[in-house]
Design a protein around this ligand. Structure first.
Ligand SMILES: Cc1cc2nc3c(=O)[nH]c(=O)nc-3n(C[C@H](O)[C@H](O)[C@H](O)COP(=O)(O)OP(=O)(O)OC[C@H]3O[C@@H](n4cnc5c(N)ncnc54)[C@H](O)[C@@H]3O)c2cc1C
Length: 244
């Protein structure tokens, strides 16, 4: 059984805002009080985003190694309360955040030899944290995780993609990591997977002893689950986090 760090109310301040493209902005927060956070890759934080104290949740996309701050990666296209709140945040502005929350974390399954991550849109955020943790931090860990890792990530256009270079470099440096971006509105020249993630997951060879982690819109999760179950994956091996 995983031991989850207890959630706390943090005061944090915005230290950096990185516009990654027209779809995604990354927000870096520095902890003010308490000044240290412990979380498990895949967990999220909850911000109060309005005067009526409405909340929105955001997965931590940075590595758990960052103990004095964290990053969240926002899809700005919904443009609702949450997105407006972050767009209006000023550098150095202090805000309250509750975390870490959630139990969408890697299961410790000694029988598994592979992990398959399947995301659409901002659903890749918790996987970014998990992948960094598995590939970069894990080499120092005493309980070294050697599972093969595959990431399927669905987006509409090539221009929507972030972290492409980073994922490709990781795939070069760590042969046990494979990255499959999937575009539903790809240009003619796009050489990789086309369509929806379900199309690729439906036809690619899937590892036998794998844990499947799904994150993004609930419709995608329902569709991918159907495909996986049809292909003989056991329900217990499927873990998911719905973003809407
Ligand atoms: C556990 C958890 C972790 C999350 N992590 C992230 C994250 O790392 N990055 C991130 O960008 N979002 C994340 N989300 C989604 C986030 O909490 C908000 O729901 C989302 O940003 C929209 O909020 P909003 O207030 O801007 O829009 P709202 O005012 O809630 O909605 C505005 C419009 O956008 C639609 N909408 C709502 N949510 C989404 C969505 N996720 N994608 C597309 N359209 C949507 C609504 O149907 C509505 O039409 C997470 C959600 C959960 C539950």
């Amino acid at each position: 059984m995983q031991k989850f760090p207890p959630p706390q109310m943090y005061t944090v301040k915005l230290s950096e805002k990185e516009v990654l493209n027209d779809k995604f902005i990354e927000f870096h927060f520095e902890l003010v009080e308490p000044n240290k956070i412990e979380f498990i890759a895949g967990q999220y934080v909850s911000f109060i985003v309005s005067e009526k104290e409405e909340r929105r949740s955001y997965s931590i996309s940075s590595s758990p190694k960052l103990a004095h701050g964290f990053k969240i990666t926002l899809d700005i296209t919904p443009d609702g309360l949450g997105v407006q709140f972050f767009k209006n945040l000023e550098f150095g502005q202090e805000v309250k955040v509750l975390g870490p929350l959630g139990n969408f974390v890697l299961q410790d399954e000694p029988k598994e030899d592979s992990i398959v991550f399947i995301a659409t849109g901002s659903g890749v955020a918790p996987f970014h944290s998990m992948i960094l943790d598995l590939l970069q931090n894990n080499s120092e860990s005493s309980t070294k995780d050697t599972r093969n890792i595959t990431l399927y990530w669905g987006l509409r256009h090539a221009e929507d993609m972030i972290w492409q270079d980073e994922f490709q470099e990781l795939a070069q440096d760590f042969p046990r990591f494979q990255f499959h971006p999937v575009l539903s509105k790809a240009q003619q020249e796009w050489p990789l997977c086309r369509g929806h993630v379900t199309d690729c997951v439906g036809i690619h060879d899937l590892p036998e002893n794998a844990g499947f982690y799904l994150c993004g819109a609930k419709q995608m999760i329902a569709d991918v689950q159907k495909v996986l179950l049809k292909r003989g994956v056991q329900q217990e091996a499927i873990h998911y986090e719905k973003f809407d």
